[in-house]
Design a protein around this ligand. Structure first.
Ligand code: NAD
Length: 265
């Protein structure tokens, strides 16, 4: 799938890993539809990319709200009609973490609100956006000798495999995203749509900026090489390869420098 001449929907595109995807897709000649709750960051990014042959546009969207997704997707469809650049991919990168032990030392179980918050954005929000954008992707003209229509690139985490203490809800959401990859690829193969999930370890972003130096240093002990957090551009470079390489399908790719999270830091 060529990036140039196509439009890509990126939720969470205003910050961090999603933001890097927006930048790379626009540099490669694609259009980027940024779906995010953060209008300030989203609009600033659109301004930064500026007017060019490829461009970015911000669409306010809360991925826990089905009607909200529906109107954002309809607005993206109208934009596509205007630009003539058909949908080429969906990258649901909006995500949150809210640590909480399943049972704390005072015997309080984690609140159901905390569980709903994390599952609602990371799992339900991912599925709902993909679900609602797919009819548009399946309506895109087939491209190249394989008749490819597009690709879904989901975002899991190392926590899908080695969740740490306090990550039960986050691990549940990311493990589910990883598990959805193959059945989704199977469902969509008839349309020429691929599905790939990336499972990053610790990457520099607003999500990890709030971690204390002690936690960051502790995580470094679990790293093999390189001993540092990943950079958003290393994530988006893999997204670009996934979009462009038609043989990548139905797989969860760990992007972690061989890091395996330990039980305790
Ligand atoms: N940074 C890491 O170390 C890391 C590691 C593994 C997985 N991930 C995953 O990568 C994805 C991107 O995270 P990031 O590190 O770039 O974080 P980030 O906080 O920099 O960006 C997340 C973006 O999602 C948006 N968002 C949050 N809730 C939303 C909602 N309800 N509707 C719409 N947008 C919403 C935020 O406004 C923000 O722009 C997440 O799914 C995260 O779980 C991150």
């Amino acid at each position: 799938m060529k990036i140039s001449g196509r439009t890509f929907i990126i939720s969470g595109g205003a910050s961090g890993l999603g933001r890097a995807c927006v930048q790379d897709i626009c540099t490669a000649g694609g259009n980027a539809a940024i779906l995010d709750m953060n209008a300030d960051l989203g609009s600033a990014l659109v301004k930064e990319i500026g007017p060019s042959s490829s461009s970015a546009k911000f669409f306010a969207c809360d991925v826990v709200d089905t009607a909200n997704i529906a109107s954002a997707v309809a607005e993206v469809a109208a934009w596509i009609k205007h630009t003539g650049k058909p949908l080429g991919g969906i990258i649901p990168a909006a995500g949150v973490g809210r640590p909480g032990l399943i049972l704390d030392r005072n015997l309080n179980p984690v609140s159901i609100e905390a569980i709903d918050f994390v599952l609602g954005i990371n799992l339900r929000g991912t599925l709902d956006l993909v679900r609602q954008a797919l009819p548009h992707l399946a309506a895109s003209p087939p491209d190249g000798p394989d008749g490819e229509r597009g690709v879904v690139v989901m975002v899991a985490s190392s926590a899908a495999f080695e969740g740490q203490m306090g990550q039960v809800a986050y691990a549940a959401s990311k493990g589910a995203v990883a598990s959805m990859t193959l059945p989704m690829a199977r469902d969509l193969s008839r349309f020429g749509i691929r599905v790939v999930t990336i499972a990053p370890s610790m990457f520099d972003s607003a999500m990890t900026a709030v971690m204390s130096d002690k936690v960051k240093k502790g995580l470094e002990k679990a790293m093999e090489f390189p001993i540092r957090a990943g950079k958003p551009e290393e994530f988006s470079s893999l997204v670009k390869q996934i979009i462009e390489n038609v043989m990548l399908n139905g797989v969860v790719i760990r992007l972690d420098g061989a890091t395996r999270m330990p039980s305790k830091l």
